[in-house]
Design a binder for this molecule. Structure first.
Ligand code: PMP
Length: 435
């Protein structure tokens, strides 16, 4: 072999790096990976971090019999075939009926919803598709402070700017929202505001529910500030069906008779099974094609099989039974967590929490001098005591150094009542050791 051919052989083997898109650099590592790694490395830790549903509640027998029925029946081959991008019509019809019950209004008022309903792979895919079709880099989404941290990652992934609006025990403060919109208008940026995101039922992470008055005020604000273009509300109602007490509130989507301003995102992940991966959005008419076109590029339809399993489960009445059982089970666990907060934290000055009316989370404010972030002293101390939580700083926007650091998101999803009590005890020991 001549020296030149050897050299060219070597240079051909020299490793070269792939050249990633700009979008790749916008999709940052989610904190969840670190938490999962901590969970693996510390198997005896009680995790109050994981936002998962309780494994003992998962509907194994119900799914088993629905699958048997489906595969034993005449539509077995159809179930294993491709479906449509928008999703199975039988399931969409059932969801429309479910929505009419949740809104407590007659089915006939929702006749148009069937065509505006898109089934997705979990509601996360719907959130992502909405971001894809609405945002150019630099566009603005208004979010509550705190908000669902995964959605902040989704916004970052398309280069959108998340702007925080202060919130309290009744959810996003709508006066503060209006003030922010006025500020943005002053800065000449109103044309970049595309979306207002709210987790308005039993918020992840704050546990709060947007009050009826604020729902109306939010809808009015979106309408009033829609000048050159429509500012949409993305109503993420992932936990809506996990209601333990408090009023059954109408959705903002249901309150908007025009059906033009609100995207309603819901999911069967919390109320049935996350492994089924069925979520959905009911969207303003003008968004149906853009979202389906985009979804077509990704998968031309979510799992047709699990959609039909779910349709069979709902049709048999077993879904409704499951949800009511689930509510009773989680209500007890919610009570266990609030009771444990009372028992172990009530004598720690400046510690606060809100009892959520549903969902899976209690948002705990530690004394202000406590830094709950991964880089602060509490997290490793808590792991040492054998408990884990989600640091609250992930749920805020802006530079890390400027974010509030005294909060923790605690979940009563996975642990049983004694695990919740013990986890809260350990956490209080860790907090006290730093005071
Ligand atoms: N929204 C919120 C507020 C959530 O907490 C979650 C799940 N953690 C989702 C959306 C997405 O869930 P899925 O994709 O399973 O429907």
């Amino acid at each position: 072999m001549s020296p030149t051919s050897e050299m060219s052989h070597e240079s051909a083997l020299k490793p070269v790096l792939s050249k990633f898109s700009q979008r790749r650099t916008w999709s940052s590592d989610q904190p969840i990976s670190f938490l999962m790694q901590q969970g693996v490395e510390n198997p005896n830790c009680i995790s109050l971090a994981a936002g998962l549903v309780d494994p003992v509640t998962l509907p194994v027998e119900t799914v088993q019999s629905a699958v048997d029925e489906l595969l034993g029946g005449t539509s077995a081959r159809e179930a294993l075939q491709y479906g449509t991008t928008q999703g199975n019509e039988r399931l969409r019809r059932q969801i429309v009926a479910l929505l009419s019950q949740l809104e407590q209004r007659p089915l006939r008022e929702f006749s148009e919803s069937l065509d505006n309903l898109i089934l997705t792979t979990g509601s996360q895919q719907l959130l992502s598709l909405v971001c894809e079709v609405l945002f150019d880099p630099g566009d603005i989404c208004l979010v509550a402070a705190p908000t669902y941290f995964v959605f902040l990652g989704t916004l970052a992934g398309v280069g959108a700017r998340a702007v925080s609006i202060e919130s309290d025990e009744h959810g996003m403060n709508i006066d503060a929202l209006e003030a922010e919109l006025a500020r943005i208008e002053q800065a000449g940026d109103l044309s970049r505001v595309k979306l207002i995101y709210t987790v308005d039922y039993y918020d992840n992470p704050a546990g709060t529910t947007l009050s009826l008055e604020r729902r109306q005020a939010l809808l009015d604000a979106a309408r009033r500030w829609s000048r050159g273009h429509r500012i949409l509300i993305l109503e993420d109602a992932a936990y809506r069906e996990l209601r333990y007490d408090g009023p059954e509130l109408p959705s903002i989507w249901g309150m908007d008779d025009s059906r033009e301003y609100v995207i309603l995102a819901q999911t069967f992940s919390k109320s049935f099974s996350p492994g089924i991966r069925v979520g959905y959005g009911v969207v303003p008419r003008e968004l149906v094609s853009p979202i389906c076109d985009r979804k077509g590029n990704e998968d031309f339809g979510s799992s047709h099989f699990t959609q039909q399993v779910l349709a069979a489960v709902i049709e048999s009445g077993r879904y409704a039974d499951h949800v009511s059982r689930l509510r009773q089970q989680y209500r007890k666990k919610r009570d266990a967590m609030v009771a444990a907060a009372e028992k172990y934290f009530s004598d720690i000055p400046e510690t606060r929490w809100i009892k959520p009316n549903g969902g899976l989370y209690v948002w705990l404010a530690a004394p202000p001098q406590i830094d709950t972030s991964f880089s602060g002293p509490l997290f490793p101390r808590a792991v040492q005591e054998g408990v884990m939580y989600v640091p609250g700083d992930f749920c805020f926007t802006g530079p890390h150094a400027a974010r509030p650091r005294q909060y923790m998101r605690l979940s009563f999803g996975v642990q049983d009542e004694s695990g919740i009590d013990e986890g809260m005890r350990r956490l209080s020991v860790a907090v006290r050791s730093l005071l």
